[in-house]
Design a binder for this molecule. Sequence first.
Ligand code: FAD
Length: 520
Amino acid sequence: KRNMLIIRSFTTLLLTCIAFRLACCFSSSISPLKALPLVGHLEFEDIHHASKDFGNRYQLLPLAVLHPKSVSDIASAIRYIWMMGHHSQLTVAARGRGHSLQGQAQTRHGIVIHMESLQPQKLQVHSVGAPTPYVDVSGGELWINILHETLKSGLAPKSWTDYLHLTVGGTLSNAGISGQAFRHGPQISNVHQLEVVTGKGEILNCSERQNSDLFHGVLGGLGQFGIITRARIALEPAPAMVKWMRVLYLDFSAFAKDQERLISADKRFDYIEGFVIINRTGLLNNWRLSFTPEDPLQASQFKSDGRTLYCLEVGKYFKMDDNKDVMNQEVKEWLSELSYVSSTLFSTEVTYEEFLDRVHVSEKKLRSKGQWEVPHPWLNLLVPRSRVNDFAKGVFGSILTDTSNGPVIVYPVNKSKWDNRTSAVTPEEEIFYLVAILTSAVPGSTGKDGVEHILKRNQRILEFSQAQGFGLKQYLPHYTTRREWRSHFGPKWEDFVRRKSRYDPLAMLAPGQRIFEKAQ
Ligand code: FAD
């Protein structure tokens, strides 16, 4: 008993010493930080917002939040930590909109960089004299602002995410995928040039031709090699309107076959996605109000009877002066080649802007009901085409039958539109599917709609896929061990590690990804 008491007191003493040392370390970091010559400022008090994210499950309180006004502010802060070398415990997390799920944009006792503070420069659209138009934007810019600005010149980026209130740096650190990716590739395939601040505080421009190793590393690089402070984004002439259509399938393989047929047929639809509808009756009556059935009488006779349904969603872009009769006739012909349930064609026409900003409408509704800031135990997967039917059978047909509190998005993309030199990881096959299981949890619930239950269900999906050898990859990956990260990156791991030691040797950047630990 006495020995136990001694051990306990010794452990308490040891922990107190460690805590004291850490406290000294961090408080001794504050004074020199306060002395940094900045155009913007460091905030030490109002920092709690930076310890949260959209996932609403992880909370790490930083030491300070940097509100940079210029790239040199970011470089100064990083250079300070770099110069301190192993004497500083500080890490640095760039924070875009904080729409990460598991604390990826957070740092415990480190510096969070509020990237949106960088934005005020005017966006520069270049459409004359360049071979193809482009826009230069800040890494902290929101895609929605880029859309609004570029539309003024009749232009817009080619590749999007479903939701536009995300920053350029945040999506380029992952990939940026939506229903245009089958044609244009992800957003990381549509960037010409970046300005990056490395983990040594250097400000470097990079592109295919200049510092190409850094350029490819940063794209899809989960924030590990540098902070994106500027990006040159490819543009195209913007359409004015979108004919937006939805059709239903009772059978996954017919749905997937048609999706694949459409992504291979060039110059037809401009947007191709799809989603799974689990356990919902009366669906067609509750369809989004703006969608109208092509044949109301037939549509009213369709009964979903609570079966799992698959909804193909397509969009055809058009300009005001396009001949609408010709377009409608073409669309009709393309649709006639598909094998959906014929009574379930629904369509609507919206402006391009409304179409791209569609998720924001749901966001506003959810916010008004207090359902936006709930835990989001999301699971995003990239599933190889050859196994997608098996995946659907096991996951949509069995594991996922009890809950669908949030969309389950499914659509194929082509690997040939992804640049294999970037850090982004995809399955090996030419066609793979994004499967995004975007479940919201009810705060505090211990039932089926609670976080714990949903996390267990996600784990079952991963274990099932592993056991079946599907060869899938996580998108917006989350792992906690080196072994898992190595396996995630596969043949790209060696390059990933090499780039880390080259561009961020102290491993101070994006600690919330939990891939590397800061050198002590
Ligand atoms: P943050 O969450 O702030 O940061 C993400 C990571 O990138 C962190 O590690 C951070 O440190 C790092 N980072 C941030 N800025 C920079 C920078 N400038 N330089 C270097 N590293 C940086 N993704 C898709 O691909 N397609 C979709 O359709 C899609 N839809 C979504 C819908 C919603 C409602 C939400 C919440 C997310 C969606 N996402 C989608 C995921 C989204 O792309 C990622 O979560 C993205 O990282 C969010 O951007 P952010 O600006 O909030 O980044």
